[in-house]
Design a protein around this ligand. Structure first.
Ligand SMILES: [Zn+2]
Length: 206
């Protein structure tokens, strides 16, 4: 059980860190982590800045609540990721400002939303597909994520925000933060002539 209590603390520390740095606000955003027999998930209607390790929702492998507070209504997005990615140890979903701004732009490539501006973006995120808009928590939204999750550990929900899986909490957090910073750079560079990495430079990173 030591491992589960460590993971509970780690989820709360990550939530506070994201909140304190303005990457999430109000009760937006959610975090989950895989445990031996299911998942720990942040509860519905709670600020990531004030999570209580003892009240995280614990779900079994069928997604049923075992203990703790009711999970986020967006838990279906997390389960869609885990269902298609056996190596996923954690999932983070945010409504982080710059990523959401990009998700609202007209004319972006739905197969690859952001250009490969930096090597770290390519290594931590790769190709980022856009998931067509559906209302939050909608089953069709989870289904659309599921269809892309096998090939992509990071997806961007249109007019909503990113969902990112990682092998660990740290990996998922690092990837979603890299995505948010790249979205910010992309917006900063809009209107400027830019020089993204070439196909050969991208290929050399994989
Ligand atoms: Zn959301």
């Amino acid at each position: 059980m030591a491992r589960e209590s460590n993971l509970r603390d780690a989820v709360c520390e990550l939530g506070a860190s994201l909140f304190n740095r303005g990457l999430t606000f109000g009760s937006a955003g959610n975090i989950s982590v895989r445990i031996g027999d299911g998942w720990l998930m942040t509860p519905t209607n709670v600020s990531l800045g004030r999570l209580d390790p003892g009240r995280l929702a614990k779900l079994d492998l069928d997604g049923k609540l075992v203990s703790g507070d009711a999970p986020t209504k967006e838990s279906v997005l997390h389960r869609a990721m885990y269902g298609e990615r056996p190596d996923a140890g954690a999932v983070v979903h945010l409504h982080s400002t710059h990523s959401v701004a990009v998700s609202c732009l007209d004319g972006i490539d739905p197969a690859n939303v952001l250009p490969p501006i930096t090597a770290y973006y390519v290594m931590r995120v790769g190709r980022l597909p856009l998931v067509p808009y559906h209302p939050p928590g909608d089953r069709d939204l989870a289904e659309a994520v599921r269809r892309l999750a096998g090939k992509h550990h990071a997806v961007l929900l249109a007019n909503h925000g990113p969902v990112v899986a990682g092998t660990s909490l740290d990996a998922a957090a690092n990837a979603i933060e890299e995505l948010e910073e790249t979205a910010k750079l992309f917006l900063l560079l809009r209107g400027s002539k830019t020089r993204p990495l070439t196909e050969a430079q991208v290929a050399a990173l994989s």
